[in-house]
Design a protein around this ligand. Structure first.
Ligand code: ZN
Ligand code: ZN
Ligand code: FE
Length: 744
């Protein structure tokens, strides 16, 4: 049996099923999955095969069952065989799972031997991917190896009737990991008093580092404005929204408006952060998500979090424990070093995290499906089906920002967790570790490495030095391919790829693209009008620069000079650069959102990626739809020109039209113009399907309005659901393209 069959209680399940059917034989893990031999009556044997696939344990995903006849040997009873560690590993490790009801009941029962124990788990729950060092999945291959089970734990582990039969991370207060509290002023506490000290600190306004499932968090009281401000100051994160952990669904309901699908995601055993509209009057510090209308909530992802939330009895900010722009910290020594000075204490434990995995982030959208924004804990390393199987293994190394890597083999691809922005050296190290871990888990060296065309991406640099055959994939082609993977398609579509930046086939920076593409080819058939990007990277951090460039391009130097002084004293030099023709040009849609945000006075300097667009969208959501002004782009010969709309926006702004209406008007005009250009291109190229992809489509106002208009023109629309629309999916797209190109 192959698939996600190790670490999910599969062997005990086989054992119980075989015993029920009166079969004798054995079951064991091997490097390729679960191997079993059974003998008995033909009808019992076929019942076994049927039951193994029709009612597997909750966390198992059976991908393949191979049945063959072997000579009968004398055997009585059914046993679980010792692990065979030979062969080439090719096994699906399960994702990490939040504590199950049965385990939580034990933690809450004062008479239970695991009462109040923060590391309780069983075959249905607990850490998995984050603790696995090597396959096959067995205790010696995990970070639980140093803990020797006590006799009662060993008895559970050995008893086929027990819920913990072969639960690899099985532990109890006598033999398992222990919580520790290290106070900033010195002094250490262990066990229950460690948890109590952390809770005391949080209740009195402290900032605490907490070791979670896939890394450390920084926590504070989410109702305490002073604590939240202090956390922002210490972490040097002034604006980016912070996630909030609450004890249960009722507490989440008090904070935000969750529809049925969002509620199901919040309580699911994957325990993601779900972004949803803040309930008016919610008891939360305003500093959690400044100027935004949504908040990210999650329920406890481990028993340690359950106990901490119980003890504190209020919502807690839970934000990644890292230096700004760097990946989440997961090694204890480093975490203490970096986070110790930022906090009043560190709540940790002695079970090592082998693989760092961030919290996953989903966004709730009214009337629509949930949208994945960051795919990590709870999803990784769950495989994704490929539209065209990979005949030889492909490693895809992704882009630069929101980096992920992917490994395709046969009919599926495994996407790594979100690794961060490779500009930061520690993120590049995480990238290199993720490649090694992913290849290690499959044990087969890739035959092809797919990479972005951008020569300066660190992922491209890694590829160029790996010594394997390479396949360069255009950035926006990869975006469209990722969207095709989600929908199991490989026939040509019209792809609309809107993002911040990607290397074009002409060597310029693209980002507002209309492509005719399938998994093996892509042709650019339309794009946003190009504009100067004065100052390169500085123009990304300072939206006013590109606003000046758009003004100059659309309305001339005089109008640009009128607006310059309200943004930055350096405006004359920047305007001169934009006018000189020496600045690089871009067709980036992300930069157009930046420009509009600056023009409308929303934000002129940003502190996190996507901030301008996120704040503009939040404004558009609050606007009265009956009062949305009608603006127009010029759409000609495969080109979108926002010039006319920019002029109208400025006029209306001068007339005092509320900025929310202006933002709504911009969104609507962009959706209308994009739909028009798409419809023209689709008809010209005889296509009936449009794929919406790229980081700009994290914006659901734009995505939903554009989708509605495309459907109104008789087109089928593909949108991202299970994969993030942004660069986190680039590696999947690259892998799918490489698979299609090498199989042809
Ligand atoms: Zn459990
Ligand atoms: Zn024990
Ligand atoms: Fe992109």
């Amino acid at each position: 049996m192959r698939g996600t069959v190790q670490g999910v209680g599969f062997r005990p399940f086989v054992y119980r099923t075989a015993c029920e059917l009166g079969l004798s034989g054995w079951v064991g893990n091997d490097s390729r999955g679960v191997l079993l031999e059974a003998q008995g009556t033909p009808s019992a044997l076929s019942a076994l095969v049927r039951l193994l696939t029709s009612r597997p344990p909750p966390l198992a995903v059976v991908e393949q069952v191979e049945v063959l006849a072997v000579p009968v040997q004398a055997a009585t009873g059914f046993v679980i065989a010792v692990t065979d560690v030979g062969g080439v590993p090719d096994v699906r490790v399960s994702a990490d799972v939040a504590p199950c009801e049965a385990c939580l009941a034990e933690v809450g029962d004062p008479a239970d031997r695991r009462a109040g124990y923060p590391f309780v788990n069983c075959t249905d729950c607990g850490p998995r991917y984050t603790i696995v060092r090597a396959v096959p999945y067995d205790r010696p291959g995990t970070t639980m190896a140093p803990f020797t089970m006590c006799p009662p734990c060993q008895a559970e582990y050995d008893d086929p009737a027990d819920r913990r039969f072969h639960a690899q991370p099985n532990a109890c207060p006598d033999c398992g990991p222990t919580a520790t509290w290290t106070a900033a002023g010195g002094g250490q506490l262990v066990g229950a008093s460690a948890l109590a000290a952390a809770a005391d600190s949080l209740r009195s306004g402290g900032i605490v580092a907490v070791k979670g499932v896939g890394g450390y968090h920084l926590a504070c009281d989410a109702r305490d404005a002073t604590a939240v401000e202090e956390l922002r100051r210490r972490k040097q994160r002034p604006d980016q929204p912070l996630a909030v952990m609450v004890s249960d669904l009722a507490a989440a309901d008090e904070l935000c408006e969750l529809d049925q699908e969002a509620r199901a995601a919040v309580v699911s055993s994957r325990r993601p952060i779900v972004l949803a509209a803040v309930r008016p009057g919610a008891d939360l510090a305003a500093e959690i998500a400044p100027r935004l209308t949504e908040v990210g909530v999650m329920l406890p992802s481990s028993p340690l979090h359950v106990l901490l939330l119980d003890a504190v009895a209020r919502p807690l900010v839970m934000t990644s424990g890292n230096r700004s722009g760097e990946p989440v910290l997961h090694r204890d020594e480093q975490a203490h070093q970096v986070l110790g000075p930022l906090t009043d204490g560190v709540l940790a434990h002695d079970r090592a995290i082998h693989v760092r995995v961030d919290d996953s982030v989903l966004r709730s959208r009214t009337g629509g499906r949930l949208q994945m924004l960051r795919r990590a804990r709870g999803w990784v390393p769950q495989p994704i089906r490929l539209p065209v199987p990979a005949t030889s293994p492909v490693l895809a190394v992704g882009a630069q920002l929101k980096s992920t890597v992917a490994l395709a083999r046969g009919g599926t691809v495994v996407l790594s967790q979100h690794l961060g922005d490779l500009d930061a050296w520690p993120a590049y190290q995480a990238f290199a570790e993720a490649v090694e871990h992913l290849v290690g888990l499959t044990g087969v060296p890739p035959a092809v490495v797919a990479h972005d065309l951008h020569p300066d991406y660190r992922s491209t640099g890694w590829a160029s030095q790996c010594g394997l055959p390479l396949l360069g994939v255009q950035h926006h082609h990869a975006h469209v391919a990722a969207c095709l993977v989600e929908h199991g398609m490989h026939s040509p579509v019209l792809g609309i790829a809107f993002d911040g930046a990607g290397w074009g086939t002409d060597g310029t920076s693209w980002g507002g693209e209309f492509l005719v593409a399938d998994l093996s080819r892509s042709t650019r058939v339309g794009h946003l009008a190009p504009v100067a990007l004065p100052g390169g990277d500085a123009a990304v951090r300072e939206p006013w620069r590109v606003a000046l460039a758009w003004l100059h391009r659309s309305l001339g130097a005089e109008v640009a000079a009128e607006h310059g002084p309200r943004w930055d004293a350096r405006w004359p030099a920047v305007l001169a650069l934009a006018a000189s023709g020496r600045a690089p040009e871009t067709t980036s849609m992300g930069r157009l959102f930046d420009a509009v945000a600056a023009l409308l006075g929303v934000v002129s300097h940003v502190t996190y990626e996507g901030q301008a667009a996120i704040e503009l969208e939040a404004l558009a959501r609050t606007a009265d739809p009956r009062k949305t002004p009608a603006y127009a782009f010029a759409v000609t010969a495969g080109r979108l020109d926002p010039g006319p709309a920019l002029a109208e926006l400025l006029e209306d702004r001068a007339r005092g039209v509320p900025v929310a209406q202006l933002s709504a008007g911009f969104h609507r005009a962009l959706a209308e113009a994009s739909a028009e250009l798409a419809a023209q291109a689709a008809s010209q190229h005889h296509l009936d399907t449009v794929a919406l992809t790229g980081g700009v489509f994290a914006n659901v106002v734009l995505g939903d309005q554009l989708a509605e208009r495309l459907r109104g023109r008789g087109l089928r629309v593909l949108q991202h659901v299970q994969l993030p629309p942004g660069d986190g999916s680039i590696s999947v797209g690259q892998a799918a393209i490489a698979a299609a190109c090498t199989s042809a």
